[in-house]
Write a protein that binds this ligand. Sequence first.
Ligand code: ARG
Length: 457
Amino acid sequence: MTKLWGGRFSGQTDALVHRYNASIGFDSRLYDEDITSSAAWAEALADAGLLTGAERDDLLAGLEQVRGEFAAGLFAIAPDDEDIHSAVERRLTELAGPVGGKLHTGRSRNDQVATDFRLWLMRACDRIDAHLAEVQRALLHSAAAALDLPMPGYTHLQHAQPVTWGHWALSHFWPLARDRTRLAAARRSAGVLPLGAGALAGTAFPIDRARLAERLGFTAITPNSLDAVSDRDFAAEFLFFAALLGVHLSRLSEQLILFSSAEFGFVRLDDAYSTGSSLMPQKKNPDTLELTRGKSGRLIGHLTGFLATLKGLPSSYDKDLQEDKEPVFDAADTLELALPVMAGLLRSLELRPERMAAQLEAGLLATELADYLVRRGVPFRAAHHLAGQVVRRGEERGVPLTELSVEELQAISGEFGEDVAGVLSIPAALAARTVTGGTAPAALAAQLAAARAALDS
Ligand code: ARG
């Protein structure tokens, strides 16, 4: 029996129970963080007078050897290795000799795993943030290239008012900016060091936790050891970030799936980002977008599943917490693929202005009629009603409302004058919306500049 905790046991662990208990199958990807935190711990033990300088150096050298074996894919997991922490310590002791047995002084796997996991997540947050910025950059690029390109705007997926491609593209930029704020907050939450909490009550040795935190790149230390070994808020925050980002990516995907359909035809996906059908030779399917839309379900599942895992736990460590890693790893892996795929797809997206123009029908201008009357002093409710009558007259006559004569308009309201034609055009409708966030060229230029600034900040 070579289990870390084997001393008080006389019987063997049931083979199935060993498998059930073991997390090495998924937590070996924490090896680098485990070795980094162990090295810092060895330094802290030496600082506290619990290791001689020579012992510390032997441990550090041994740990680097273990790290090298992992990095080279040469680390052999032994049958009794329960998790990454026991595996590293077992191998360290094989390499460095009995001094390996001193490393775990004053430490528990409970504070160790929380430390490793936080370190891993901080690094993952940095990678994901860079991927997110790339998607934003791709949206910004697309927006800038067709900032003033008119297209129909929709509410309820029905023609509403004219907007522009740039306006639409930026509408998907800002949710990602908010996602990055949430990601930064999750990273900050992860950056609080639990090491020194021991199993639950705090280590009994004079460890300088603040120094340890600094060494490992944490910005604070946990204030309560019972909380420290069971706090997984940072993981939940990350999973919420991932779930909501998944929702945003799914909405963008859904809209691009629609826009690339024969019915809309506003965009064409590059061959590199679509796939064919094994049966229908003409098909070009938006599989990448569909996968991203589909994977958002899995991200939401990770969040709700993990919250359910946490909800019944008393403070301090419970083995339930071993369930924290797989959802977080999978969410991170999912995003680290979905985000670069989305960035590439957006960058290679072909716009089809003629198909957008074909949908710019006069109905999109009905609001302009009402606004025209409002500028003449007609109360908006009445103006809305009168503009509605114009729409109906056009339908009765089977012509777009822009084809009705001024006389016909005046029969509906005497407030209509010759100058009404001036507001009844797509460029005029766009130009009228100069408000911050609006679709007028100057407002869009300002928004684009704000987006650029947000990206570079
Ligand atoms: N593999 C465990 C986990 O992932 C490490 C901590 C185990 N602690 C314990 N007392 N059994 O949570």
